[in-house]
Design a protein around this ligand. Structure first.
Ligand code: 3HC
Length: 303
């Protein structure tokens, strides 16, 4: 059955090579997913060779783990590893059919990435963005071919969570959208078409949810009390563990975007801001017995 809003799949373009811009937390998980499911060459780029090496290294390690668990054969693991490469030079994207960016969550940065990509890729290549909250229309508007830009928003951990939000920008054409749905299906994700609105659907809800937990800490509720209050609902992880998984700087950026769009409904937690500005990434640490406890530095920061 065709997902709601998906164009005719006959319009989808074949994808024989994938480009990934970024080699961080989301980007390297995307590289793994694409190579595993599409089995086509995947090339990663980032701002320096060290980041690229670390992204490619992550994918190779994860393929090694899949082989150790016998989810892929040793031969298949070697084939998949050989399909993944890194390049500082975007000329390596010249023959890519589908390029997805997962760089810093800032409109200016993402616009620059797409403008630069247009110098290298063919006019038919699809440009996808894994943005969590920014406007796909705004990201495309200064391009020569804005019709090939589409939102393709995954959830962490990418290998596990089935949902994929597909976003049609104002200028996105049917071929780009049909290709996005076809690729999403090959990736074995549950694709839903969402409106190009701030934070789309899932992060809009999640930001409000995490925002209220953080606001209650800002107002003086002890950190552990606020974080465990919803335990009886059987959430897969506590709100502040989820914050750690998503990455506090990303959560802060999304909260700021939502505050700008809907100031009456979304606040930005002062504690979260202080935490990110102090360069902290982890809320929790685990002791040798495996017990989770609040990072002592965070406990001091968090007032
Ligand atoms: N990366 C990759 N795989 C992971 C993982 C990770 N960080 N964490 C767990 N997994 C895998 C495990 O390897 C295991 O796979 P297997 O069954 O094939 O061996 C499977 O997930 C289940 O793991 P566990 O049994 O260890 O743990 P749980 O059952 O507790 O599940 C969880 C872990 C899937 C992370 C679960 O806690 C969960 O769903 N948490 C909520 C995550 C969530 O809401 N994410 C959305 C964040 S919002 C977002 O990403 C949007 C962005 O734009 C901000």
């Amino acid at each position: 059955k065709r997902p709601a809003g998906a164009p005719d799949k006959a319009l989808a373009r074949q994808v024989g090579k994938v480009g990934i811009v970024g080699a961080g937390l989301m980007a390297s998980q995307l590289a793994l997913l694409f190579v595993r499911r599409l089995k086509v060459p995947v090339v990663l780029t980032d701002v320096d060779q060290q980041r690229i090496d670390s992204g490619v290294g992550y994918v190779h390690d994860e393929i090694g783990k899949l082989a150790a668990k016998k989810r892929v054969s040793p031969d298949e693991a070697n084939r998949l590893k050989a399909l993944v490469s890194g390049s500082l030079d975007k000329a390596a994207f010249a023959d890519a059919d589908f390029v997805i960016e997962a760089v810093f969550e800032e409109l200016g940065v993402k616009r620059q990435v797409f403008a630069e990509l247009e110098q290298h890729v063919s006019p038919e290549a699809i440009l996808a963005t894994n943005t969590s909250s920014l406007s796909v229309t705004a990201m495309a508007e200064q391009l020569q071919h804005p019709e090939r830009v589409v939102g393709f928003h995954f959830f962490n951990p990418v290998a596990v969570l089935p949902l994929l939000e597909i976003v049609r920008g104002e200028r996105t054409d049917d071929a780009a959208l049909a290709t996005a749905f076809a690729v999403g299906k090959q990736l074995k994700k549950s694709c839903v078409l969402v409106k190009d609105a701030p934070a789309f659907v899932v992060n809009r809800l999640l930001t409000r949810f995490l925002g209220e937990v953080l606001a209650s800490v800002d107002e003086g509720t002890p950190f552990e009390v606020a974080d465990s209050a919803l335990d009886p609902l059987g959430l897969p992880m506590s709100p502040l563990t989820l914050l750690q998984l998503v990455g506090p700087p990303v959560a802060l950026h999304v909260a700021e975007t939502m505050h700008e769009a809907f100031p009456d409904r979304f606040g930005v937690s002062e504690n979260l801001r202080r935490f990110v500005e102090a360069g902290k990434r982890a809320v929790w640490t685990w002791d040798e017995q495996g017990n989770q406890r609040l990072d002592p530095e965070v406990a001091q920061l968090w007032q």
